[in-house]
Design a protein around this ligand. Structure first.
Ligand SMILES: [Zn+2]
Length: 285
């Protein structure tokens, strides 16, 4: 009997030691797998913001694939399945895809928390492209950080610290772009799809879009736009890689100008917006 209980104690101790050691060794792996919060976002630039705040505590998936128009994208059955295992869905706020799919998305997973990253941002005329303003991205970042802190209170300070770093980076980006575009203050620019309204507002520019409410303009609207562009001496039409440039090219020919591509949905948020500012500075000079 005595011998037996001694053996049991030894075995228990051994087991305990093994548990502790394996716990220590596998912390990182646990963090990069089972312990990570599964977060879904709508578009690539959002993933960049979530990753900057969430770091190794989050695993982010993007619903709208690269190169695809998020206004009209339709979810695949595989993505709906993936959403059934997602803890947190951070929506941009007002993009058509979200409006069309939110009921289905919410229905796939009743436990999933859905957060609107546009909370406390003033949306102008239903324009969903808030992420293209670094100033509005700062508000989105706050909303994202709060959502992560609520989902994972254990790492509150971690998220708070990383949010602070991100805010500094966004301030720097804002002032870099502002500096680059300040000689162009008051300029009007022509775009095919109206992605750059908030961006234009922040830097004292004015965006004129060829598309009207997501649709091609009527012949009359187009004729008016062309005659306006001619009197303004506009030679550049900005277009995005997610849309066909056929119409933009036709307009450019008409104006004797050219189509210049700028990307509203690139995943490398910071370098991309700097590149956009450079491209605009050159094109509108
Ligand atoms: Zn858009």
């Amino acid at each position: 009997m005595k011998r037996n209980s001694y053996l049991i104690t030894m075995l228990l101790l051994l087991g305990l030691m093994m548990l502790t050691t394996s716990g220590c060794n596998s912390t990182r792996e646990v963090n990069s797998n089972a312990d990570q919060i599964k977060v879904a976002v709508t578009i690539l630039p959002q993933a960049e913001l979530v990753n900057k705040i969430g770091g190794e505590q989050v695993a982010v998936s993007v619903l709208v694939p690269p190169g695809v128009d998020p206004h009209t994208y339709e979810l695949s059955p595989g993505q709906l399945k993936e959403l059934s295992e997602t803890a947190l869905y951070i929506r941009i706020g007002h993009i058509d895809f979200e409006k069309n799919w939110m009921n289905r998305i919410a229905g796939t997973n009743k436990d999933m928390v859905i957060i609107d990253s546009s909370q406390s941002i003033e949306i102008i005329n239903g324009d969903p492209h808030i992420w293209l303003s670094p100033r509005l991205a700062k508000i989105q970042a706050e909303n994202i950080a709060r959502a992560l802190q609520e989902a994972d209170p254990e790492h509150q300070q971690y998220y708070a610290d990383r949010l602070q770093n991100l805010q500094k980076e966004l301030d720097q980006l804002d002032s870099d772009i502002g500096e680059k575009l300040s000689p162009l203050k008051g300029s009007k620019f022509l775009v095919f799809h109206p992605s750059w309204g908030y961006f234009a507002r922040d830097y004292g520019l004015e965006e004129i879009a060829i598309e009207r409410d997501g649709k091609e303009p009527t012949a009359k609207e187009l004729a008016e736009l062309l005659s306006w562009a001619k009197t303004e001496g506009i030679k550049v039409i900005f277009a995005s890689p997610q849309h066909s440039t056929r119409e933009a090219e036709a307009v450019a020919r008409e104006l004797g100008g050219e189509v210049v591509i700028i990307d509203p949905l690139a995943g490398d948020y910071f370098p991309n917006l700097k590149k956009v500012a450079d491209t605009m500075a050159t094109a509108l000079k």
